[in-house]
Design a protein around this ligand. Structure first.
Ligand SMILES: NC(=O)c1ccc[n+]([C@@H]2O[C@H](COP(=O)([O-])OP(=O)(O)OC[C@H]3O[C@@H](n4cnc5c(N)ncnc54)[C@H](OP(=O)(O)O)[C@@H]3O)[C@@H](O)[C@H]2O)c1
Length: 318
């Protein structure tokens, strides 16, 4: 495993981070038992992963708590609290009251079985919600930090509905955030200019989500997304094979699979500290860690991916 410094936090973190949400939620989405999901987290730690990302909304905090029992000092724990009341429209303007938000953090601490959370994020903030979050929730985060219950302030974007990073671009003008989580992948590279340029400048710890998701893990999904982008006029159809859009990465021998290429692509992006991988299967985890610790794709392929997808900011690859 390779380790890097997570920006201004000075935490030493593995370049591969275990994401306990996404479509898998450690396999809880498709029937893993709790013990199987605990085993995925334990396997990650055994393979040198020390960055674990979960959230109140994922239903995996207790699983993480069980897996890290007796090993708390070996891991950097990242979790998130929603800014909208549960059951409300997640894009709505009515946000969770500061007192309820604080109670949410206390509940996460209990589920995780820890005295302090290393990075506490506002979860999936939409562009219309950010200003209110600064007014209502940032003071609570600062209070929690003063009480020693959280160590660093984090913020994640709602990439599926905000693939242009409108919220994060507002947030990066402020100086509250020690760590942020942004969507970035081979198809939507727009975070390079809009997010990573600023996080590098401000030395903000940067976590990458959506490296694979659905579009880069499934050929039919990829074909559909690429056709949509061609129809929108942002991808030039003459630059790729519409049937197998990214097979050139594999056929050339550069990558073992599109998924392998997808994780390596993110890991080597300047400014990306931790590339998250979400899975409920230990064989996938093993492969993905090998990818994230592997070499960058060839510069010819990096340039070709920029040429093909460099104008895309309308899809997340979800
Ligand atoms: N706004 C937010 O705050 C936000 C939003 C989204 C995600 N996140 C965080 O980012 C993390 C990463 O996102 P993600 O979980 O969507 O991650 P991802 O790594 O981009 O994609 C994971 C998906 O790919 C599959 N997969 C993984 N490895 C595979 C392999 N080797 N072969 C075939 N399929 C494979 C997984 O299913 P299997 O279980 O079958 O492997 C899962 O469906 C999340 O877990 C979460 O912690 C945060």
């Amino acid at each position: 495993m390779d380790y890097v410094t997570l920006g201004r936090t000075n935490l030493k973190v593995s370049v591969a981070g275990l994401g306990c949400g996404g479509h898998s939620r450690l396999g809880q989405s498709y029937g893993n038992t709790e013990a199987q999901s605990v085993a995925v987290v334990s396997a990650a730690i055994d393979m040198g992963v020390n960055f674990i990302d979960t959230a109140a909304a994922y239903g995996t905090e207790e699983i993480v708590g069980k897996a890290i029992r007796g090993k708390r000092d070996q891991v950097v724990l990242s979790t998130k609290i929603p800014v909208v009341p549960s059951g409300d429209n997640s894009l709505g303007d009515t946000l969770v009251a500061p007192s309820d938000f604080k109670r949410g953090v206390e509940a996460s601490l209990k589920r995780l079985g820890t005295e302090a959370i290393d990075i506490l994020h506002l979860h999936g903030v939409a562009p219309n919600q950010y200003a209110q979050c600064v007014q209502d929730h940032v003071p609570v985060l600062q209070e929690l930090r003063a009480e020693g219950k959280i160590r660093f302030l984090g913020l994640t974007e709602r990439f599926i509905v905000d693939p242009q990073h409108a919220m994060m671009m507002q947030a990066l003008k402020d100086d509250y955030w020690d760590v942020i989580m942004a969507g970035f992948n081979m198809i939507n590279q727009s975070a390079r200019q809009r997010v990573l340029a600023a996080t590098r400048d401000k030395n903000i710890g940067t976590l990458i989500m959506f490296a694979v998701r659905r579009a880069l893990g499934n050929k039919d999904e990829l074909r559909a997304v690429v056709r949509q982008l061609v129809a929108e006029g942002v991808v030039d159809a003459s630059l790729l094979d519409l049937e197998d859009p990214l097979d050139f990465l594999v056929n050339s021998g550069d990558a073992r699979s599109v998924i392998d290429a997808a994780y390596r692509y993110c890991r080597h992006e300047p400014g990306a500290h931790v590339t998250l991988t979400g899975t409920g299967r230990i064989p996938h985890l093993t492969e993905n860690i090998a990818s994230i610790c592997g070499a960058q794709l060839s510069s010819t392929h990096i340039d070709r991916l920029t040429e093909i997808f460099g104008n895309v900011d309308s899809v997340s690859g979800n």
